[in-house]
Write a protein that binds this ligand. Structure first.
Ligand SMILES: NC(=O)c1ccc[n+]([C@@H]2O[C@H](COP(=O)([O-])OP(=O)(O)OC[C@H]3O[C@@H](n4cnc5c(N)ncnc54)[C@H](OP(=O)(O)O)[C@@H]3O)[C@@H](O)[C@H]2O)c1
Length: 234
């Protein structure tokens, strides 16, 4: 992490993990730019864009505005995501489209545009959110886990493409953490996931913040293309 104030652009800041990340880095005096469809915590150092990351025109409007204001983005956190739990044979195509539109295509749009801004400054840190559902191959999550697997491979390849510009790209895979995203998952399923972890507890925000701190630390300039899953999932 830079010693001075830095600017983080985060998607999905209106609630859940994203809102907690925003709150944390604002409390340390950093500047946050966020993109969500609903508004988030109000603060003088928080620039909020209400936009849908699946809509290219809306993303491009945000990017144009940031460029017009000559904003330098140090860190991009692609946190926005949606989940679905379905038995594959009863999953509507519309669900697959919605999950991939958000988790993969929206993430792609932000990464493509913000990377160009970072390249012009020869500096950047990108963190893309995956999930333990990828290494755990969880039943009922074929669509969600597939979308996150796509995020992981995308991140590893862009890590190579962006390395010459002093930009790192890494993956953070939380385990179950109490938010709206998992509230419909039955307790018995959540317990089963937790029992398969080396460290058998739900996620906590400090686990996530600690990984972000590591990825954005100035001394992590050689850490790229890597994945950290929380609570001992491998
Ligand atoms: N919670 C867990 O157990 C868990 C486990 C593993 C991985 N994850 C990952 O962690 C990330 C955050 O999840 P969470 O648990 O915090 O979920 P959450 O509480 O449901 O919050 C999701 C956030 O994403 C935003 N979002 C969704 N679709 C969007 C869109 N089209 N455009 C802009 N913003 C959008 C939502 O904002 P709006 O609705 O206002 O747009 C919201 O702020 C996700 O990538 C998720 O896959 C979570």
């Amino acid at each position: 992490m830079k010693a001075t104030n830095f600017t983080i652009l985060i998607t999905g800041a209106s609630k859940g993990i994203g809102a907690e990340i925003v709150f944390h880095y604002l409390s340390l005096g950093h500047t946050i730019i966020s993109i969500s469809r609903n508004s988030s915590v109000v603060h003088e150092n928080h620039i909020q864009y209400v936009a849908d990351i699946t809509k290219e025109a809306e993303v491009m409007n945000v990017i144009s505005d940031l460029k017009a204001k000559r904003t330098k983005i140090d860190v991009l956190i692609n946190n926005a995501g949606i989940a679905s739990m379905n038995f594959m044979i009863s999953t509507p195509l519309s669900t697959v489209m919605e999950v991939f539109n958000t988790n993969v295509f929206g993430l792609f749009l932000l990464t493509r545009e913000v990377s160009k801004m970072m390249i012009s400054k020869n500096y950047g840190r990108i963190i893309n959110f995956s999930s333990v559902s990828v290494p755990m191959h969880l039943e009922w999550q074929s669509v969600y886990a597939s979308s996150k697997a796509a995020v992981e491979e995308f991140t590893r390849i862009i890590a190579k493409e962006l390395a010459p510009f002093n930009i790192t790209a890494n993956i953070l895979g939380p385990n179950p953490y109490e938010t709206d995203l998992i509230k419909k998952i039955p307790d018995v399923n959540l317990s089963s996931v937790i029992q398969q972890q080396a460290i058998k507890r739900k996620g906590e925000i400090n686990d996530i913040i600690h990984c972000i701190d590591f990825f954005i630390n100035e001394r992590s300039q050689c850490i790229t293309g890597q994945t950290i899953y929380i609570n001992g999932v491998f």
